[in-house]
Design a protein around this ligand. Structure first.
Ligand code: NAP
Length: 317
């Protein structure tokens, strides 16, 4: 089969290649998926540039974690999936997977049936970002019934942010999101009641205390948004000093999360999508042969929604 491979650490142009390698076989508890589409995330480009593990996140010379496709074979002990089933997954994360290939082995517990409303490209693009948004909201105490709760999403136009805005809105929260003016209308369309220009210091300081802040960009939340008991969940990290200042201002908890693969949560995300509450905005779609260009697009930091690789040219984009 054809599969993406890194030839070492370095830039996308230097180290991304497409190689012919043996098609893997599913072991116990695993399924083999014919890949239709595989999303890209900032972690893919960071780990490629470094060429080694990132803490708990495993480096592999055959990369990729997001996947949508069709089951072709189920390993020993797998009852719930069989050949022909359409599936999507965040595969094995933070362990290594290699979904940027024509076929990929995925742990059965990571799989869910994709939303019928989404294209294969949208389903392949979503899992890591959607699970991150879901798990961040849960960690912030923004559960299923969040009516009347104020949630600030820092970075409302990115891969994780645009899904966090929609998920928080679907849980009933009053969502405030930051974005550049050019993306403001899109972010409002995803359910943000207020969109604040992230370069406008006065507008940022005018955001009053919120119940929860989901931080998907570098840096700390604006001071005015923090009150007694404001939950701050970051997916990018905060310095010790930033954490201390937030706690002094009353923030509690202040937490950093790392997303984990979870097929059951993905099934709940798919149900919301089928109910019309969640869409995936595609910034750009690339064929597998153009993986280097796709990674360069992610590296700009200017992506709106998601970048996805359409591995099977016949799949619906
Ligand atoms: N901990 C975890 O489990 C986890 C999981 C997923 C992602 N992450 C990390 O979280 C970060 C976000 O990931 P992502 O996939 O959402 O990124 P992304 O899609 O690449 O984010 C790009 C978007 O961020 C916007 N943006 C940039 N700076 C901003 C700012 N200061 N305020 C508001 N918006 C801003 C950009 O808008 P403009 O073009 O208008 O500037 C662009 O639309 C990355 O560092 C990633 O590695 C961590």
């Amino acid at each position: 089969m054809r599969a993406a491979a890194y030839t070492g650490a370095g830039s996308a142009a230097e180290v991304v290649s497409i190689q012919e390698i043996a098609t893997p076989e599913p072991g116990p508890g695993e399924v083999l998926v014919k890949v239709a589409a595989a999303g890209l995330n900032p972690v893919d480009v960071k780990i490629r540039a470094a060429g080694h593990d990132f803490g708990a996140i495993r480096y592999s010379a055959h990369p990729g974690w997001d996947v949508a496709g069709t089951v072709v074979a189920a390993g020993e002990g797998v009852q719930e999936w069989s050949a022909g089933d359409r599936v999507f997954a965040l595969a094995a994360f933070p362990e290594a997977a290699h979904t940027l290939a024509e076929y990929a082995v995925v742990p059965a517990t990571d799989l869910a049936a994709p939303p019928r409303r989404w294209t294969a490209a949208q389903a392949g693009a979503a899992p890591l970002a959607a699970l991150t948004a879901w798990q961040a909201l849960d960690a912030a105490g923004i559960g299923d019934r969040a009516e009347g709760r104020r949630v600030l999403v820092l970075g409302g136009a990115g891969g994780v942010g645009h899904l966090a805005v929609q998920l928080a809105a679907s849980r009933g929260a009053h969502v405030i999101a930051t974005a550049s003016p050019a993306k403001s209308a899109l972010v409002a369309g995803w359910g943000a009641a207020e969109v604040v220009d992230y370069r406008d210091k006065a507008a940022l300081s005018a955001i009053g205390p919120v119940d929860a802040v989901i931080v998907t960009v570098d840096g700390a939340p604006p001071h005015g948004a923090i009150g007694q008991g404001t939950a701050v969940v970051t997916i990018t990290g905060l310095s010790k000093e930033q954490e201390e200042r937030l706690r002094e201002a009353g923030a509690d908890p202040v937490t950093r999360i790392l997303v984990s693969a979870d097929g059951a949560q993905l099934a709940r995300i798919a149900a919301l999508a089928d109910a019309g509450a969640l869409t995936v905005h595609l910034d750009a779609t690339y064929p597998l042969d153009e993986l280097a260009a796709a990674q360069e697009r992610v590296e700009t930091g200017r992506v709106t929604g998601k970048v996805v690789v359409l591995v099977d040219a016949d799949a619906d984009a």
